[in-house]
Design a protein around this ligand. Sequence first.
Ligand code: FAD
Length: 415
Amino acid sequence: MSIYNTIIVGGGASGILSAIQLDDKNSILLEKNEILGKKILFTGGGRCNLTNNSTLDEYINCFYNSGKFYRNAFMNFFNKDIIKLLEDNGCKTKIEENNRVFPVTDKSKTVQKTFIDILNKKSTQYRINSTVNSIKKEKDLFIIEYDNSKIVKSKFVILATGGIAYPKTGSTGDGYRFAEELGHSISKKMAGLSPLIIKERWINKLQGISVDCKIEIKTSKKSINKDEGSVLFTHNGISGPVILNNSMEIKKFLLKKQDVIVNLDLCKDYSYEDLDLKLKNDFSNNSNKTIKTYLHKFIPKKMSKVLLDNLKIQSDKILNQITKKERLIIRDSLKRISLSVVDIIEKESFVTNSGVKRKEINPATFESKIVDNLFIVGELVDGCGISGGYNLQQAYSTGVLASETIKERLNNDSY
Ligand SMILES: Cc1cc2nc3c(=O)[nH]c(=O)nc-3n(C[C@H](O)[C@H](O)[C@H](O)COP(=O)(O)OP(=O)(O)OC[C@H]3O[C@@H](n4cnc5c(N)ncnc54)[C@H](O)[C@@H]3O)c2cc1C
């Protein structure tokens, strides 16, 4: 029976980077899907926001309260390293708004394929269509059963199975079971970065439209947060980076049975007074325009008729026929669309904000503090980052750090 140096369980972003970094012919990655990096294909709306080009300090702040835990991993292998690795292998990248990095092809497939090409040049083996069923440790060796009866052994294991977000990509929570069976504890299961279901049905007609706005999240008692960014209308509510990033906070209040409202300010650069003055002037200066056409100044074309229908204002009314009352209604709704949150959509969440408790993992190496030579990386670690390329970077950085630690030990005589 083969005894490998390392077995990597899971071939997502963290497992692939672990395998690349190991570059060891006596190590193997086992992936249950028919392809490696399946989830990468779905990232960034099919464009793969592959990392974020911000500074280390900004990164630390982007992981809710778990950022410091990744300091070593990021210092060891950071955004510039993944960009260089991809670019050196033919995947050119570009930086967009908020330092988000994408492939110039705007296709996730380019990133996933480049990773596989890089891995193919390394000596680490990999096997697809191979589902790991159990992991045990006996003396100094891990015993791994896969495909229901096949057994392989190894000195090291890297658990890179992801969490439970988007289970159709293979992350079905197996890693939690493996970690628990090996003595670890898992934090309370919680979705991170989830879209919201909204009560007001009229916004469903806006599905697919994105607006840049300020948001304020409120309960009946207080303002929870003010933020700014892109909001995407969906078939039953809202999504987009600024909504995803606030979803966990919103869920906390929903769990306390409090009503939560999200107010959208579509004219963030105007105060109520300034906007009213502008509307008043423009309405008298552009008297032949319809209100529907005029509103394109502030909101996407497809949105103005839906908004006006909801306000019960005729969309083809010409500007000089708009009454003062109507003007004020228009102004108020440009400044505040109030949306009542029914719930977050956990099954559509982008990441899992739970996993193996961080206090049981050494942040200097990502080795388990409970089982020697077991490494836990990527989304399987408790916590998550905000939207913007941070979560993929966490997956690469933790995978690389684990592999470098293993390589060092393999070079040491005792192994
Ligand atoms: C729709 C969507 C869009 C996203 N967009 C972005 C984005 O643009 N930028 C960003 O930074 N982050 C994004 N994320 C988050 C990001 O994809 C994850 O944080 C990242 O993929 C986690 O990598 P991972 O390797 O830890 O886990 P995963 O990518 O989930 O990989 C785990 C792998 O382990 C395999 N596996 C699980 N159990 C077993 C088993 N028993 N045996 C063998 N194999 C197993 C799975 O099949 C899977 O391939 C997005 C997530 C989603 C769902």
